[in-house]
Design a binder for this molecule. Sequence first.
Ligand SMILES: Nc1nc2c(c(=O)[nH]1)N[C@H]1C(S)=C(S)[C@@H](COP(=O)(O)O)O[C@H]1N2
Ligand SMILES: [Mo]
Length: 199
Amino acid sequence: MAIFSRGFVGRRSAADVKLPPGQYLTSDFPVLSAGPTPHVALDQWEFKVDDGTAVLRRWDWKSFRELPTENIRVDLHCVTRWSKLGTFWEGVSLDVLLAGVKTDSAYAMMRSYGDYTTNLPLKDLMNKQAWVAFKFDGADLAPEHGGPARLLVPHLYLWKSAKWVRGMTLMPRDRPGFWESLGYHMYGDPWQEQRYSGE
Ligand SMILES: Nc1nc2c(c(=O)[nH]1)N[C@H]1C(S)=C(S)[C@@H](COP(=O)(O)O)O[C@H]1N2
Ligand SMILES: [Mo]
């Protein structure tokens, strides 16, 4: 008969878990920000989808929070080698935000308050792979973790999950965002260990 310690009942134990190569488990939630935390008042907040010329979609906080939401339980993998398993979020799927948007663009640049950017293929943002998340563990997302709202793209390294997200620009060709310009990988698949360009 197996003996379970209390802490592991109903959870995955370390032995069950397959981490991406070069990652270790952490149970706390480190804060990694390239600059100061921008504080965005909800009555100032907006999220826009544009194609570099025209604004295609726009929400203020009220209309954003009227959109259908999903509860998401996902593993996070940071390029600095920590992984955090089974994190719990609430957010609006990018499938909802991009519904009906017609575009030939294959890429998007995510843009944040505070000027952080990160690039992704549009197909990685669709089909239940990405959310604009505003709650973590049932509470409003803390400012240091990206509140009021952050992108959540758990299948890529966490630098792709732009905190304080304010919009996205659709792009016909891939272009590097903030960390990608400094040598991080253009795509960033943790299972392929795509940490830096050239890897
Ligand atoms: N706007 C913004 N988003 C960001 C960052 C940042 O510096 N600015 N850092 C990225 C990196 S490198 C990581 S690992 C995660 C960290 O998220 P956390 O601070 O909630 O752990 O946010 C990502 N999103
Ligand atoms: Mo990171």
